[in-house]
Design a binder for this molecule. Sequence first.
Ligand code: AGP
Length: 596
Amino acid sequence: MCGIIGCAGRGDDTLDVLLSGLEGLEYRGYDSAGVALANGDLSVCKREGEIQRLQQAVGSDLDGPVGIGHTRWSTHGPPSDQNAHPHTDCAGDVAVVHNGIVENYADLRAELTDRGHEFESETDTEVVPHLIEEELADGKDFEDAFRAAVGRLEGSYALAAVTRGSEAILATRRDSPLVVGVGDDAAYLASDVPAFLDYTDRVVYLEDGEFARLESGSWTVTDAEGRLLEKSVSRVEWDAEETAKSGYDHYMLKEIHEQPRALRKCLRGRVDELTGTVDVESLAGLNPSSVQFVACGTSYHAALFGAQALREAGVHAQAFLASEYATSPAPVTDDTLVVGITQSGETADTLAALREAHRRGVETLAMTNVVGSTAARECDRELMIRAGPEIGVAATKTFSSQVVAANLLSAAIAERSDGREVVEALRDLPGQVQELLDSSRAKQVAREFVDSEGYFFLGRGYHHPVALEGALKLKEITYKHAEGFPAGELKHGPLALVTEETPVFAVVTGAGEKATKTVGNVKEVEARDAPVVAVTDGASDVKRYADAVLEVPETHPRVAPVLANVQLQLVAYHVADELGRSIDKPRNLAKSVTVE
Ligand code: AGP
């Protein structure tokens, strides 16, 4: 949550770079935004609300060769102009932007107030410029003052600061991402690469406890004691086109339509169709006796799928909500593998769970979309899902890629008799997703049920995570009540909520025992006059009890969830669109949640 951008060395267009960078980061938070530019002077402009409000407010007096910007997702203090970043010291000489939480801010604030500092905001961040101010007043230079101030902080942070009279940006991180962009004549700083991808694809990932100094086109990284560090420059594979909307009304719709390509990338070079085997270099030699998945939100739904796939192959496997795992960890043995599924690789709850696993000495694997993310760097192994940048707050293509990657993981850990069939189904999957996208009736279904007050989603086995994910997607972008249930569980309570006003989406593929049982559950809701939308390949007779049907192509049971879920993504998208919701930036949410 919250996005940081910084730029040194661009000259006249520093402000434009900051503002366009903030647009690229808006998915990280959109409660307020602000910029600070420094030269001989220091000028700050910040506004509550989306970046457009800041763009309208910036005046011609805002210029300077270096600048920092911020887009906020509120933690301490509601959205307001005062609580927007950058925050400044008493004299207005130092400006600071911050992601994360300063846990000891109350003590620091009381101490600073006693010494005469005046605060303008309710944020935890504002203590930082005041601490720097004191160190500067003590005679330290900007860099030593920044280091000393950071030394007083407890909690998590990515921080960047500028000061009047200096042409340097100083930055550091702990438990919150920060990356330096290396341009030909300029240096950039951001909490996420897309913010400066228009200008450079060369990056340096900062590690916890490292300090960066950016000046007119140059950059250095030092450790906490100020010793110069040798950092390698990597090239990111994403390009600016991938982070643009490309004619779609919303990123979410674009990303839904990118799924065939994303899935092809996820599979490329990893499966051998002739032998039906999976060969992923980073998974070589994995032989755990048990697997624990940790994840949040959509990624947790992919984790539920992964755990089930492994259990079916005879491996002990469980999925845990990362926020619970960190506080109540499950027992492990020497050969347990803990897998963190996290699109961003920066979700604080998931990182905490992975660190707990690490602390207990077990092997960890990050299944993530972001090369160089904290999860990727901290885990023993990584499995990249290769979905490409996902900007919409609602995860879509990354869920599909996670499910495919979970299939690869399962195949790499446990040999299965149906390995070849799964590989064949995976090979056909991108084409089938395209077919579904070209023919989906989700928009009509969405229009039919847009006025409903609540929605239910049912699925059994591998479709249970799909039911949960269908409900989460609808909730987060339409603001309507939606719940997903294992199909057999409905009769144990939730059935009391089912009425003729509550559409029930039933995911049923294949014709085996699971499908037959789910059809039985569908009859139970149909008997209560609930409208039923069947998401089905037509192999069972579920259509007989359905008021509407969303077709999915036939495939292997371990691949079918991806197809069914694409239909539900489209339903959520079109309901939200009919309602005129802020689809890419739903209220109260942020793409990457970097606080626990
Ligand atoms: C999904 O639509 C949400 N944006 C959210 O549940 C997300 O999946 C969750 O916060 C986990 O994020 P991660 O995959 O980046 O760890």
